[in-house]
Design a protein around this ligand. Structure first.
Ligand SMILES: Cc1ncc(C[n+]2csc(CCOP(=O)(O)OP(=O)(O)O)c2C)c(N)n1
Ligand SMILES: [Mg+2]
Length: 285
């Protein structure tokens, strides 16, 4: 049986989610600048997806992160943790001031997702593990008659991992219509364009052939993302893939579509230029 529709829109959500996303981009760039470490491009490309999830779609309780009825979110492209940390802090899962400790000795905010951080479900970073774990979560929910959903955000370079496709097959075999995969299709991975490193196309057809329903969406159009995510499952008995077309480094001219900004640290001048592009003033934590 198909799960019940996603619950009502988060009543605390601010209305201008594009502005919220710009603020979180400014946060993450400042955090990386202060820490002198971080993954810039893939964090910027996925901020709109995370904004749609955390300010609207997900049924989560910041003051009760382990509430058993919560929706599960897994950041399978774990290197892009910075955007997630800035959003979790803004939603109140932990104090915003803690963002200043990112990658410092003794901090629980390290360079990849850690379950020591309230709101994070799974330690990730080794690519190809999030969807298999998400299949287990969704199967567990089905078998115990629970209605919460599981969402897994993957990278396009990550699609080169065989475990993604084993999990895709298993999800269809177990009719996991409570599982939503999201693919950040920014067309770049660590060393170059995906179509040169490991060609993926036709990606939508591949997922369909594995038994998934595919919804293609502009990954920077937050209302469209919300509609696609809330529209799942598209077909009872089938998992849904939201194929989100994105730009790596989105929002900052100097970083957009630039392979070298997969990871990197903006200088003081580059940070100022980035904040100007985003229309955001200096950030403090
Ligand atoms: C199993 C594994 N192999 C290699 C890496 C190193 N690595 C970190 S990020 C990355 C590229 C990922 O590209 P993509 O999934 O497209 O991420 P995005 O473009 O969204 O940053 C690689 C190969 C890793 N984290 N895990
Ligand atoms: Mg990519």
């Amino acid at each position: 049986m198909a799960p019940a529709p996603t619950p009502a829109r988060n009543p605390a959500a601010p209305l201008d989610l594009d502005r919220v996303a710009a603020l979180r981009r400014a946060d993450l760039l400042t955090m990386i600048h202060l820490a002198k470490s971080g993954h810039v491009g893939g964090s910027l490309s996925s901020v709109d997806i995370l904004t749609a999830l955390y300010y609207d779609v997900l049924d989560v309780r910041p003051d009760e992160p382990r509430w058993p009825g919560r929706d599960r979110f897994v950041l399978s492209k774990g290197h892009s943790v910075e955007g997630l940390l800035c959003i979790l802090a803004d939603r109140g899962f932990f104090p915003r001031a803690e963002l200043a400790t990112y990658c410092r000795y003794g901090s629980r905010l390290i360079g990849h997702p850690s379950v020591k951080v309230p709101g994070i479900e799974l330690c990730t970073g080794a690519l190809g593990h999030g969807l298999p774990a998400g299949v287990g979560m969704a199967l567990g929910a089905k078998r115990t008659g629970q209605t919460w959903r599981t969402y897994v955000l993957m990278g396009d370079g990550e699609q080169a991992e065989g475990s993604v496709w084993e999990a895709a097959m298993a999800a269809a075999a177990h009719k996991l219509d409570n599982l939503v995969g999201i693919l950040d299709r920014n067309r770049l991975q660590i060393s170059g364009p995906t179509e040169q490193v490991m060609p993926l196309e036709n990606l939508a057809d591949k997922w369909r052939a594995f038994g998934w329903e595919v919804v293609r969406v502009n990954g920077h159009d937050i209302p469209a993302l919300i509609a696609a995510l809330r529209g799942a499952p598209c077909r009872p008995g089938a998992p849904t893939l939201v194929l989100a077309d994105t730009t790596k480094g989105r929002g900052v001219k100097l970083m957009e579509n630039a392979v070298k900004w997969h990871h990197g640290v903006p200088s003081k001048e580059q940070l100022a230029e980035a904040l100007a592009d985003l229309g955001v003033g200096e950030v403090s934590f």
